[in-house]
Design a binder for this molecule. Structure first.
Ligand SMILES: *Cc1c(COP(=O)(O)O)cnc(C)c1O
Length: 410
C-alpha cells in the first residue's frame, strides 16, 4: 500500500512542478473535482434519462437530463448524448450510427492531423469503413477546392474533419456544398478545440453546416475525461446513434463524470471567453518567440495558429522524439508529432506539438510563454545544462499553481 501511496504522491508533486504542454490534457477546477468524487461513481444507469434498466436513479435521471439539456442549449443542437466515456467511443458511436461496413469516408489523414480513430488502424477501420483522405497543403491547411472535388468524385457516406493537430478553422462551409450534392454527412471531431468552440472564439461547426460534433471533454474544454456527441440530425439518426452508445460501445457510462461535466460547461459560460482568448494569445506568443529564435513553426503565413496548439518542425527525422525526451528531463512535458512531409515515422517524427491550454488555466500569459520558448530553445539546442534549465522550469511553474477561470478558487 505504501508503495502505491508514494508513487501517486510523487506523480502529483512532479507534474505540479512541470510545464505541462501536452495538447490533449487539462486540469479540472476544484469545483469540478468536488463534483467528480461522489456516490455516483458506484452506480449503474444503462439507457437514457427516465428510460433505464436499473433502479435507484431518481436523482441520476435529473442530473443527466439537466446536463444533456444544457449542452443542447449551449451549442444550439437538437441532439446531445453525453454518455460516451471517451472521444473514441463517441466516434465509434457516431460513425457506426450513420454508416455501414464497406461505406466510403474521407478523413484528413494522420500526417495532416487526423486522429487514429478516423483511420484504418482505429475505429473507422474496425467498423469496416473504406477510408480515403481529403486534400491538404504542407502547412496543415486544407485545400478546400481540391477537397470538394474529391468529395464529388468519391461520394463518401460522411467526411470527418476537426482533428488532433489543428491550427486553423476548417472550410466547413466550402465543403458543405459538395457534401450536400452527394448526400455526405459532415462529422466535426472537436476533441481538441471543444473549449474554444464552447467559448465562442473558434468556428462553430454546427452553425457552419456540420451535422454532428464528436468530442472529448478534457482537452481545451476543462472537464472530466470523457466524450460526447452533439448534432442537428433527424430523429431516426439520433435514435440509431443512441443505440450505438448503449448497448453498442458501453454499458454503464461512469455517472460521476456528469455533474463535473456540467460544472465545466457552466464555468465556460462564465469565464470561457477570457480563458479561450488568452489561450490563443499564448499559443501565438509562444509560436512567434520560437520562430524568432530560428525554429521552423508551421502556419507562419497565417500567424502560426488560431488554436491552443503550435507545431514545430525540426526538419530532421527523429528530431521530434529526441527533443521531447530531453525536454522531459527539464520538466517540460510535450509530445513528439508527425509533420506534413517526408522522412519520418510516427515513432521517429520530425516535430513536436505544443498545447498551452493547461498552463493558461494556471494563469500564465504572454511573458511566461516567451520564457517557456527560451527554455525550450536552450534545451533543444544544448545551450545550458539540463539541471540548470530544470531549476528555472520549477521556479517558473511554482508561481502558477491555482486554476483560474473557474468556480471555487480557493
Ligand atoms: C483525443 C482525440 C480523440 C480521442 O479521445 P479519447 O477521449 O482519448 O478517446 C478523438 N478525436 C480527436 C481528434 C482527438 O484529438
Amino acid at each position: 500500500m505504501n508503495k502505491m501511496i508514494s508513487l501517486v504522491q510523487e506523480h502529483d508533486k512532479w507534474r505540479s512542478s512541470c510545464i505541462n504542454l501536452i495538447a490533449s490534457e487539462n486540469v479540472m477546477s476544484p469545483a469540478c473535482e468536488k463534483f467528480y468524487v461522489s456516490d455516483l461513481m458506484h452506480r449503474y444507469a444503462e439507457g437514457t434519462p427516465f428510460h433505464r434498466f436499473y433502479r435507484g436513479l431518481k436523482y441520476v435521471d435529473e442530473i443527466e437530463n439537466l446536463a444533456q439539456e444544457e449542452f443542447k442549449k449551449h451549442f444550439n443542437a437538437n441532439f446531445a448524448d453525453i454518455r460516451p466515456i471517451s472521444g473514441t467511443i463517441a466516434n465509434f458511436s457516431a460513425f457506426s450510427g450513420i454508416s455501414e461496413r464497406g461505406d466510403k469516408i474521407l478523413s484528413l489523414g494522420i500526417e495532416n492531423g487526423s486522429h487514429v480513430s478516423h483511420e484504418k488502424a482505429g475505429a473507422a477501420g474496425f467498423l469496416g469503413l473504406d477510408v480515403d483522405t481529403l486534400c491538404y497543403d504542407n502547412d496543415l491547411s486544407m485545400d478546400a477546392e481540391k477537397s470538394a472535388e474529391k468529395i464529388l468524385a468519391v461520394k463518401p457516406k460522411f467526411i470527418v474533419i476537426g482533428g488532433s493537430v489543428i491550427l486553423f478553422p476548417q472550410p466547413i462551409k466550402e465543403l458543405k456544398e459538395a457534401c450536400d450534392k452527394v448526400g455526405a454527412k459532415i462529422i466535426y471531431d472537436a476533441a481538441h478545440v471543444f473549449g474554444l468552440i464552447a467559448a465562442g472564439i473558434f468556428q462553430d461547426p454546427l452553425k457552419e453546416g456540420a451535422d454532428i460534433i464528436t468530442t472529448s471533454t478534457h482537452k481545451t474544454f476543462p472537464g472530466p475525461q470523457g466524450g460526447l456527441i452533439l448534432g442537428n440530425i433527424e430523429e431516426q439518426t439520433a435514435k440509431t446513434i443512441q443505440l450505438r452508445v448503449f448497448p453498442g460501445f458501453s454499458s454503464n457510462h461512469h455517472l460521476h463524470r456528469i455533474p463535473a461535466l456540467y460544472c465545466a460547461l457552466r464555468e465556460m459560460q462564465e469565464f470561457g471567453k477570457d480563458y479561450a482568448e488568452q489561450i490563443v494569445k499564448n499559443s501565438q506568443a509562444l509560436a512567434r518567440e520560437l520562430f524568432d529564435n530560428g525554429f521552423k513553426v508551421l502556419g507562419e503565413k497565417k500567424g502560426f495558429t488560431q488554436t491552443h496548439q503550435a507545431v514545430v518542425d525540426f526538419e530532421k527525422p527523429g528530431a521530434g522524439h529526441e527533443a521531447a525526451v530531453k525536454l522531459e528531463e527539464a520538466n517540460i512535458i510535450l509530445n513528439k508529432n508527425m509533420i506534413p512531409g517526408p522522412n519520418q515515422s510516427p515513432k521517429m517524427p520530425r516535430g513536436i506539438r505544443i498545447g498551452v491550454q493547461e498552463m493558461t488555466r494556471f494563469g500564465m500569459k504572454e511573458p511566461e510563454m516567451k520564457e517557456i520558448a527560451r527554455l525550450i530553445k536552450e534545451t533543444v539546442r544544448d545551450e545550458r545544462g539540463i539541471d540548470e534549465i530544470k531549476k528555472d522550469v520549477i521556479g517558473l511553474r511554482s508561481g502558477f499553481q491555482a486554476v483560474q477561470y473557474c468556480f471555487g478558487k480557493d
